[in-house]
Design a protein around this ligand. Sequence first.
Ligand code: ATP
Length: 246
Amino acid sequence: MTKLLEVSALTVGYGEAVALDAISFDVARGEFITFIGPNGAGKTTLLNSLMGVLRQKSGTVSFKGEDLGTLKPETRVARGIVIVPERRELFPQLSVEDHLRLGAFLRRREGRAILDAGLERIYALLPKLKERRRQLAGTLSGGEQQMVAVGRALMAEPQLLMLDEPSTGLAPRITEEIFEAIARLKADGMTAIIVEQNAHLAFSVADRGFVLEVGNVVASGAADELRQDPRVLAAYLGAGDRYRDA
Ligand code: ATP
């Protein structure tokens, strides 16, 4: 069976510096995978490269059997690849609902009724957004902003959802709420790549994981096995781990 996403020897750099060194992996439909690793490991670079924001130096990325080559980000969105950026990138003066409708921009010809049904699905998944639907994004808490970013991405009806450190800067309670919503998406059959510094959270929703360090995959496997790996335990899951968020 063709995988939804197949990445082969992907190498990405900034000038002469190599940020990702010949990374290979694949993602099946309905699978959640995670990349964990410290600051600067190359996690954001990976997602930006899959999104087409960064161009690869070498290697191939194919999605539904199609080589994405140099396709632009908006074309990749139309193909079904959507990112929730770490910095959320909201418009402070636009309301929650404006953001959600913007997320469906490429689906605008599908008609109001279909898009309204999509909105209701997002509100069912993230009820806080419904309460805040008229509120301006600039006045929302960090957790609410993250929910808007997730909701906006979902309005594009992604086939592959990419989440860049969804827990960054958020209090544990709100992070938990967001990961509960992510778990519900998984139960509904979504396919996702989640990049996280918080390995506990990442492994709570992922089927498989990859440990990225300075542009290389240094360990990988089923999430349940990886969380028992002594190196992963020592560096990412122990009480005194180096990288775990508060
Ligand atoms: P973080 O958790 O801090 O977001 P990360 O794992 O996402 O880390 P990247 O942001 O992908 O890591 O960075 C990988 C490497 O590429 C780092 O060495 C970083 O300094 C470098 N890098 C990232 N962006 C740029 C850029 N725009 N120009 C030059 N180097 C960059």
